[in-house]
Design a protein around this ligand. Sequence first.
Ligand code: ADP
Ligand code: MG
Length: 313
Amino acid sequence: QITVGELLSFFSYITMVSWPMRQVGRVLSQMGMALVAIERIDEILQAEPERQDGNPITQRLKGEIEFRDVHFSYNGETSEKVLEGISFKIKPGEKVAFIGPTGSGKSTIISLLVNLYEPDRGEILIDGQDIRTLSRRSLRKKIGVVLQTPFLFSTTVQENIIYANPLAEENQILDSVKIAKVDEIEEVLPNGFHTLVGEKGVTLSGGQKQRVALARTLLSQPDILVLDDVTSAVDTHTEHSILQALEAPMSDKTTLIISHRITSIQKADRILVLSNGRIVQEGDHDRLVGMEGYYREIHNLQTTLEKEIHGVK
Ligand code: ADP
Ligand code: MG
């Protein structure tokens, strides 16, 4: 039994207490969000600034590349090693191919070459200069890299190509378009080069995107050309004709080719075979085929496959 007065004060206390109690719930849920936000802010605050930009490269690069005992891991020296003591020297104008299983570190070598990351140990030299002393911007201008999964802007095919060099002349554009065999796609595109490419190039097939990206890189007239699994999504025939068309314009320029197809790298001056972040074999096609190892295995596998497809016994 309680009095009317007690009942009244009981209810007014209840209303007073319920609002703060509900607030506690809200604060708890907001706290979770705040904790996540703090973590992200902290990531930015803790990020190490890139080193000061070095000297711009004003001359044409001769194209000599040297890796000296390069060690690298993506998340600091304590994490898993991706490259373990990579050393090689590429002469100006040499055509060098890299082959090796997925995850062996081929693309990582390219990322280091254009200084997207810094090696944990060792040195990378271009024309005898440590790349740490060079300006990143001009380094990336002089080295043309075509990636496996190219990025295309949501605009016309033509704009996607000429953005590499907006001042290019008509015949330069036509040349690079021809070499990359983009002109063959054109027949498929309803408005030719003015056809709009969808977001991230969804309206083009993988191989067509790669060809547009190659034309774009060629147009920027790099001194060193790097093809990272570029022709993986085009058929063998197209790949062959692209590589053949590349021979003349790249004849005096250093070219690095990463590919899984023996047929596309067998003409290279030198082939480096990578496995688990180390160079395990080195030599030209004939030498590597004559040796026990990964290269010969892949070679035998691919030639057998090829024969089966074409029905040759
Ligand atoms: P490949 O091009 O030979 O297939 P990659 O150089 O892409 O090999 O990768 C080598 C190794 O580094 C793989 O184990 C891969 O998982 C790892 N790796 C590649 N990129 C990154 C990254 N951005 N962050 C962390 N690990 C990475
Ligand atoms: Mg790769």
